[in-house]
Design a protein around this ligand. Sequence first.
Ligand code: TRP
Length: 364
Amino acid sequence: MSKIILTGDRPTGKLHVGHYVGSLKRRVELQNSGGFDKIFIMIADAQALTDNADNPEKVRQNIIEVALDYLAVGLDPAKSTLFIQSQISELTELSFYYMNLVTVSRLQRNPTVKSEIQMRNFETSIPVGFFTYPISQAADITAFKATTVPVGEDQEPMIEQTREIVRKFNSVYGETLVEPDILLPDNAACLRLPGTDGKAKMSKSLGNCIYLSEEPDEIKKKVMSMFTDPNHLRVEDPGQVEGNPVFIYLDAFARDEHFAEFAPDYANLQEMKDHYSRGGLGDVKVKRFLNEVIQAELEPIRKRRKEFQKDIPYVYEVLRKGSEVAEAVAAQTLSDVKNAMKINYFDDKELIAMQSAKYEEMED
Ligand code: TRP
């Protein structure tokens, strides 16, 4: 069976380092590994509209930002199909049929939907489109017969919901759809990078993100004012490494060669952590090191982004071509689905012959 990746992001803002370690970096590695037959990367604008219906301009403006971030991190249109969800009308059609296979109570139990409803203060006025977006996400994944979905931990319930829909569809209508596997980051720190303020998640509305396109002085400002161990008051005090955002970021970003370059007193992160835990290592020093590490990681990304920024029409052209390729694939799946569901009236010669025979019999 071919190995196919589908994944994507909502275009509600620029992408940040949480996206990067949680998924983008992995996608590029997978892309360059050559281990996959096809890779589809989707800008999920239709999904973004499910809770931004009154602000289409925000979604529209952010398509190019996300596309630039994709190209900047190294997603390569020659190897990966980059496309825009709303341009593939087959996806909404698939969603409509999958809706018959999911109960309202199952959606209500989806932990991600539950917490998002709370976060957005929807209370009782939940848009139906938002409530059902896990079904549309199942359409996104299955339309491309994806076997592998590299995403962050928060997307786990979505993939589980997709797998249930696939099993239900196949058992009712016959083997048609492919059950995907989630691919989570293997580094625990990358699973859910906290915000610079130590809050559980990076989020634009909390102002605790470091964006991929951020300028160096801005990155430095954010790193130097990061939340750390609040009880580590004096340099000689023992510090707490666990749960300390600065060390979580180092877990996510620092490699041994960074120590050789920027902190030669330590061979690796463990030595630095030990020193911090013992006492005698100040937060400012650790933050300066983290700043160097993040700067080193983001500099090539920012430079590449600036190159692509010089040719915006090219970026839209990449998305247009990608959307064309994606649509052809989704159309094939939709046709398979309609055949399986027996809603293929006009290309089913047998059906027409059978109905003719039935009425001929009645005539006799
Ligand atoms: N829900 C994802 C997010 O919040 C975006 C998304 C939409 C997605 N459809 C998908 C991710 C299909 C993986 C597969 O970023």
